[in-house]
Design a protein. Sequence first.
Lengths: 115, 111
Amino acid sequence: EAGVAQSPRYKIIEKRQSVAFWCNPISGHATLYWYQQILGQGPKLLIQFQNNGVVDDSQLPKDRFSAERLKGVDSTLKIQPAKLEDSAVYLCASSTSGGMTETQYFGPGTRLLVL
Amino acid sequence: RKEVEQDPGPFNVPEGATVAFNCTYSNSASQSFFWYRQDCRKEPKLLMSVYSSGNEDGRFTAQLNRASQYISLLIRDSKLSDSATYLCVVIPNSGYSTLTFGKGTMLLVSP
């Protein structure tokens, strides 16, 4: 079974530029998550989708971050404009239906460096 | 107080040693608890869920103490391949499956 796919794997941009990340979850998984992991920290949830609806985006900095999952499958996360403190690994995860005891499967992440 | 707190380590142990990690959480209403493992520059992967009755998976034993709000992970007979960061994870709110991660504890197993 294919895992969670993410692209690009690495991205270097200058501050104030825009960047977008793509995620393809495991086939059939209704729930998709975006996490931000800053070096030396644990991942922090940015947004959770159930199919194409947002369940939780309370920690998403909405002045610069946006995310969508238009057809309930793939998702994109965008940062516009980027700040130095956005340098992190952006992890996408998916689970079957979002139940609290379900395993969340993570993709390899996109490493973003903002200069 | 942070939601999930862990000693960042690193814990340096020789092969064959037994090592234990603890983690505390602040929300007494937390519903679910897990240990995830993260290898260097890799994504987190579920190691095991943590149940109130305690659970064991081979060399790994996890325990939950709700009264004191802490979770533990015991690794027996450490292997070189156990070297990784161990992330304590809590789901704090009922109704959401949002994982709240600790910063992780780094384990280094040496020959």
